[in-house]
Ligand binder design. Structure first.
Ligand code: ARG
Length: 588
């Protein structure tokens, strides 16, 4: 990011701003809507109040002082905008060398200064179906965790599983009646859901079962030894199954402690709310009014129901308090959709507690609900429920079919794969299709899911990124086989000034935007920023590749410079895909 630092430094000087406005300048830099206007632009509005003059004057004035920067070719102040044309022959080598030298760590930043961010994601409920919302949460959460880690935070990945509640009463009831050891061992997660559904069905004709289930759960809460042992087993088996899938997805967690673990601290926390005068009794329940804090009509945050049992919200209050005590987090994020009111209630209840208890620091403002839209049309062969394992199988099988069809219809363009290669590639293309889909639009947008679309090798898909990456790998294979063998490892030392076409310039501008895309996506909690960035980069590369030869051009030194550019593009694609959990393939 040498070019950027140098520019920001020069801009500060030309604007006459102090060093501590650095961030304001750096964040202000944009890409002009039209490359004719300039390579970068600085809108001058934010400086008007500091410099006490109009944005127009600021732009004009700065333009007259800015010429000394080695990376600036010419300036074009346009109204309140300061448009900058960069000196291509200077910028291209610096940007490319920087990427090639830093390779795996290019774009890493220390925004987080080692502070902790807790991310609560995936969080399925044992004995209830894993639905699209859990899949999308798993995926967006894992992406954000990687992105924030890249930005210098210490990320604590929390899988706050739903391992407590009356559903266990139903499952235990059905287990005692029909339980089958062998089936449980074989497919724990799905089987528990089946038992749960079965008990629920029976309740329709026999309401007594509901009471029985409730009393079973009550006994479990009271610590009944046999029931606790059973619960532990269900929990362990479920987590074991989840973990297999998580491993396949490349998703990790630091903790699986969920609702059960925190339920032990809930009574204490409810008393605390009462003592502070924040929680009140209402119709035998204990609630915290929150409409005053939130300035809108919203139901109170209920901590205890009239039947004496504590609530999901009470557990979340206790859990947030514990997280603050353990981590002193910079942010505490819940990647969870369709629970906006719940989280608003919980955060507001905590804010009231902060005020009443006069906390030194009100960290409730650091709690964030990262919500997302609906995925329409996601289903598998077996129907509309999303059994996670099955979705992955289906993704893999469909990816295989697509690949085989390409091999047949277009021999030559797609090499024959060994069956081992085909297995590996199908698995990772299937995953890429599935994972990319979730971030193919900004997270609040609803998505349509369709297997044929997500598996395409072109368009806004994960396989398109993989395909582009593999295409570049293919060029390097050819280069090694040909005349470049002695040089292909030294593309870093190519003469990058030879890259003079418009497409090359546009690619260089694009690769240097990568750190910014990562930063934006972290700040906005929006993995799509990276996905969109990679799409654009892949498109630019494929345009370039269609328009220019890389190997066997007039001069070998030009080929070498182009290979260097390709290597930089490939490096950035790989880094970005990695942040999105998509594997980069050399052959596909
Ligand atoms: N298990 C819950 C569900 O599936 C989501 C948990 C979200 N996290 C939290 N701390 N409440 O609906």
């Amino acid at each position: 990011m040498k070019v950027r630092s140098s520019l920001v430094q020069s801009l500060l000087a030309a604007l006459g701003l102090p060093e501590d406005e650095r961030d304001l300048v750096e964040r202000g830099l944009i890409q002009p809507p039209d490359p004719e206007m300039g390579d970068i632009a600085l809108p001058c509005f934010p400086f008007a109040s500091i410099l006490k003059t109009s944005p127009h004057n600021i732009a004009k004035d700065a333009a007259s002082k800015l010429m000394q920067d080695p990376f600036i070719e010419r300036l074009n102040p346009q109204g309140p905008y300061l448009n900058i044309f960069l000196k291509r022959s200077k910028v291209i080598p610096v940007v490319l060398m920087e990427i090639l030298e830093q390779s795996d760590s290019y774009g890493r930043q220390n925004l987080g200064k080692d502070e902790v961010i807790v991310i609560d994601y995936s969080h399925p409920n044992i004995a209830k179906p894993f639905h699209f919302g859990h899949l999308r949460s798993t995926n967006i959460g894992a992406d954000l965790a990687r992105i924030l880690d890249y930005l210098g935070y210490r990320v604590f990945r929390k899988n706050y599983i739903g391992d407590w509640g009356t559903q266990f009463g139903f499952v235990i009831y059905a287990w005692q009646k029909y339980g089958d050891e062998k089936i449980l061992e074989e497919r724990a997660v799905d089987y528990l859901v089946e038992l749960y559904i079965r008990a629920n069905k029976e309740t329709e004709s026999d309401p007594k079962i509901h009471e029985e289930a409730k009393s079973l759960f009550k006994r479990l809460e009271e610590g009944d030894e046999k029931l606790t042992a059973l619960w532990k087993r269900f929990r362990a088996l479920s987590i074991e199954t989840y973990e297999k899938t998580y491993a396949r997805l490349g998703v990790e967690f630091d903790s699986f402690e969920g609702e059960a673990a925190i339920s032990r601290k809930v009574d204490e926390v409810i008393s605390r709310f009462q003592k502070a005068g924040v929680a009140i009794e209402s119709e035998n329940a204990i609630v915290v009014e929150v409409s005053d804090v939130l300035n809108r009509e919203i139901a109170p945050c209920m901590l205890r129901k009239s039947d004496g049992s504590s609530t999901y919200a009470a557990r979340d209050c206790a859990e947030a308090i514990a997280r603050w005590e353990d981590h002193k987090f910079a942010a505490n994020m819940y990647v969870c959709s369709r629970q906006e009111d719940h989280f608003a209630q919980v955060f507001a209840a905590l804010k009231k507690l902060a005020r009443a208890e006069n906390w030194e620091y009100d960290w409730s403002d650091r709690c964030e609900n990262i919500s997302f839209g609906y995925v329409r049309g996601m289903s598998t062969r077996k129907g509309s429920a999303v059994w996670l394992g099955e979705v992955l199988e289906e993704a893999r099988d469909r990816a295989r079919a697509v690949r085989l069809a390409k091999e047949t219809s277009n021999p030559g363009a797609f090499p024959r794969l060994t069956s081992e290669q085909l297995d590996r590639i199908s698995e990772s293309v299937g995953l890429a299709a599935l994972l990319y889909n979730d971030v193919s639009a900004s997270r609040m947008r609803d998505l349509d899911f369709d297997w044929d679309t997500v598996l395409r090798f072109d368009g806004n898909t994960g396989p398109y990124l993989q395909y582009t990456y593999a295409r570049i790998a293919g060029v390097f294979r050819k280069a090694e086989g040909g005349d470049y063998s002695e040089d292909s490892d030294s593309v870093e030392r190519a003469d990058f000034k030879l890259l003079t076409t418009e497409e090359e310039w546009s690619l260089v501008l694009a690769v240097r935007e990568f750190p910014k895309a990562v930063l934006q996506s972290g700040r906005k909690r929006e993995p799509h920023e990276i996905a969109g960035y990679l799409q654009n980069l892949a498109m630019k590369f494929n345009n370039y590749y269609g328009a220019h030869r890389i190997l066997n051009v007039e001069h070998k030194s030009l080929s070498k410079a182009r290979l260097g550019l390709l290597k930089a593009v490939q490096n950035i694609l790989g880094l970005g895909m990695n942040l999105l959990g998509i594997s980069a393939l050399d052959v596909m």
